[in-house]
Design a protein around this ligand. Structure first.
Ligand SMILES: C[S@@+](CC[C@H](N)C(=O)[O-])C[C@H]1O[C@@H](n2cnc3c(N)ncnc32)[C@H](O)[C@@H]1O
Length: 256
């Protein structure tokens, strides 16, 4: 059920992990057995129980500017070239998708990379989509509240431009947040978005999928990317063995 609904592929050796993650749900719900819990999820026609189950299963680790080489590449070449090309064509539309964005650090890192380079910002139609299957992480992404620890390592100028202080830590400024929309998108299902996107980040989620799901997914990314658009995947992931039409750019970066 987990595989068919989310694409997350759990082999037998993940039984222990599954038991750990589901134990609390099962105890709290007063279920006598896994079977009873399973039936409850299947019978819930609202789909909410399945969402709760997937929330418990997914691994949400993320942090600001994770895999910094990607952000360097964006800043130094990908974004300037993209803006230059759009200017030449007289186009001001720019669309970026952070698929499987977890608690928001990735889309906000993208905003912090893009916004200073888009000049003048108000002349551009710039939007960023952050999506994930988990409603819990999306709620945190939308809130955009982070602790000082999580922001550690950012330059002071960067912090003052993008964050404001609140009693519980730091929050992304509304003037920055307005460029991002968060939505629940299950990458296993048909995309509710058509694009075309100039850039898609889909990092550190395909590791949980099997080859078949990965192949289907990257081909669907290819469809919604604009010609010349980039796909960024995690550095521990690759497209080896998958049939696709992307051109390899550098580790974990591909281009349509
Ligand atoms: C390890 S986090 C990666 C976060 C971020 N992309 C990064 O690299 O730091 C993996 C995320 O994938 C999400 N996820 C798992 N299966 C998914 C699916 N079928 N559709 C969309 N998101 C999924 C999880 O909820 C989780 O937030």
């Amino acid at each position: 059920m987990i595989y068919s609904s989310s694409g997350i592929s759990l082999s037998d050796d993940k039984k222990h992990l599954l038991r750990n993650r589901l134990g609390k749900l099962i105890r709290q719900g007063g279920f006598a057995s896994y079977e009873e819990y399973y039936n409850h999820v299947v019978e819930d026609s609202s789909g909410q129980e399945l969402i709760r189950l997937i929330d418990r299963i997914s691994t949400n680790l993320t942090y600001f500017f994770r895999e910094p080489k990607h952000f360097e590449l964006l800043r130094e070449s990908v974004i300037p070239a993209l803006l230059e090309e759009k200017r030449r064509k007289g186009v001001r539309r720019l669309r970026v998708w952070s698929a499987a964005c977890s608690t928001g650090e990735e889309p906000y890192s993208l905003l912090m990379t893009f916004l200073p380079l888009i000049e003048p910002l108000n002349a551009w139609d710039f939007r960023l989509l952050g999506s994930d299957i988990s409603t819990q992480v999306l709620a945190r992404a939308k809130a955009g509240i982070y602790s000082k620890e999580q922001i550690k390592g950012q330059e002071a100028i960067q912090i003052s431009r993008f964050f404001e202080r609140i009693s519980t830590g730091l929050t992304i400024k509304p003037a920055v947040k307005k460029y991002v929309t968060f939505a629940r998108i299950n990458l296993q299902e048909p995309f509710p978005v058509k694009g075309p996107f100039d850039l898609i980040f889909c990092r550190n989620v395909m590791i949980y999928f099997d080859q078949e799901t990965r192949a289907r997914l990257i081909n669907r990314f290819h469809e919604v990317l604009a010609p010349g658009g980039h796909l960024f995947i995690g550095h521990s992931e690759n497209l080896t063995g998958l049939q696709h039409q992307f051109k390899y750019v550098c580790p974990a970066v591909y281009r349509k």
